[in-house]
Design a protein around this ligand. Structure first.
Ligand code: GLN
Length: 380
């Protein structure tokens, strides 16, 4: 059946007000869509022009209210194939205009119905440019979004009472409760243990596509258990929260690092590796979220346009001499990649799996494969 368009039941005449109040007292008024309700979270923005469904379902957004800078959201609807996990994880969603029409042959549902189904409150007709400029000046901060309480002062109080992102542990909210297997696509060449701190499906797909059988394990799996599985490599996933809150996990990663197993970290995984190396992580003023961040490879001088979603970063100065910074962000100079000089360990702060975003950085998965190939050849 070809459906030209799913027309949402949102009617302009029935619009209800909604309010977004930031913890510094700045107020944004708009209209409610998605689920009716009230949420608090860290207010952040994403500059991707498309891929709202991948953004909503990226577990790294747990605990955050996301504003899309692209002014029209929802116009191609949602479908099951584009989910990066089994459900949306954002606390709330802020847009300039929510499209009334979802026109795409892949659309299965309107975004409004989807957000309602998952209980995610959203607000539209917000001056998103003003909101983003405010966050860029003042930094990411807590906010309260509501369509049930429209009292500014009460929402301000709720925002200020909500937990700050610093030191917030959210991996336990999103990690798999039990280990599971993902088969390799085609011939199985490697067995990789994937730590799930909130893993995106596309990372798993990329690894499976390159011949890796995956055992995806909960965030708190001890190193000894991983080693018992005798993997060819370890993958440390992306995930929400502050890497500084993960001391026990960092301890386990440190043990794994010492064994010299090929290891690849993405985003949160990269930050945890940085800490396992003895480095420091810190909070960026407003973070990088979007599909248009220039990253320079310091070895080749090449620049990749890449997909990002991070509010924390590894402090280059804090890294020991055996760890080399391999990639930097050209906008603000922060660390975007590192490698161990003697051990087969690499990591990137950004998202080679993209989804959404450009595919310039896909080759990092192959770098990991090469590390495992070399380790296998050396063991022979
Ligand atoms: N995408 C991620 O893995 C995010 C990592 C971490 N929660 C941050 O905000 O920096």
């Amino acid at each position: 059946m070809v459906r030209w368009a799913l027309v949402s039941d949102m009617k302009a005449s029935e619009r209800k007000p909604a309010l977004l109040v930031l913890e510094d007292g700045r107020v944004f008024r708009g209209y409610a869509w998605g689920a009716e309700g009230e949420v608090c979270g860290e207010m952040v923005f994403n500059t991707s022009m498309s891929g709202y469904q991948e953004v909503l379902t990226d577990p790294s957004y747990a605990g955050q209210i996301v504003c899309m800078t692209y002014p029209l959201i929802g116009n191609y609807g949602v479908n099951r194939a584009d989910e990066e996990s089994e459900r949306p994880w954002v606390e709330g969603f802020v847009v300039r205009e929510a499209s009334r029409i979802a026109s795409n042959w892949r659309a299965e549902e309107s975004l409004d119905a989807y957000l309602k189904r998952w209980g995610i409150p959203a607000i539209e007709h917000v001056d998103t440019r003003a909101l983003v400029r405010h966050i860029r000046d003042k930094g990411a901060m807590r906010a309260c979004l509501s369509s049930i309480d429209l009292d500014e002062r009460s929402l301000l109080e709720k925002a200020r009472q909500s937990p700050p992102m610093e030191n917030r542990e959210l991996a336990s909210v999103v990690t798999t409760k039990e280990a599971y297997e993902v088969p390799a696509e085609g011939e199985e060449r490697f067995h990789v243990v994937c730590y799930d701190f909130g893993v995106k499906r596309n990372s798993l797909r990329e690894l499976a596509r390159l011949g890796c059988r995956l055992t995806v394990v909960p965030a708190w799996t001890p190193a000894s258990e991983v080693l018992r599985m005798r993997p060819d490599g370890v993958f440390l996933s992306n995930g929400p929260g502050d890497p500084a809150s993960m001391t026990a996990v960092v301890e386990e990663i440190r043990k794994l690092v010492q064994t010299g197993l090929p290891t690849f970290g993405i985003c949160f995984g990269h930050q945890l590796l940085g800490r396992a190396f003895g480095g420091r992580t810190y909070k960026l003023l407003f973070g990088h979220r979007g599909g248009n961040q220039p990253v320079k490879d310091l070895e080749t001088g090449m620049v990749e346009i890449t997909s990002h979603n991070h509010g924390f970063a590894v402090d280059a100065e804090s890294l020991p001499p055996e760890v080399e910074v391999t990639h930097v962000n050209l906008n603000d100079g922060c660390v975007e990649g590192m490698r161990h000089r003697y051990l087969p360990i690499i990591s990137v702060q950004y998202h080679p799996e993209a989804a959404p975003g450009p595919h310039d950085a896909e080759h990092h998965f192959r770098r990991f494969i090469e590390l495992m190939e070399r380790a296998k050849a050396a063991a022979r």
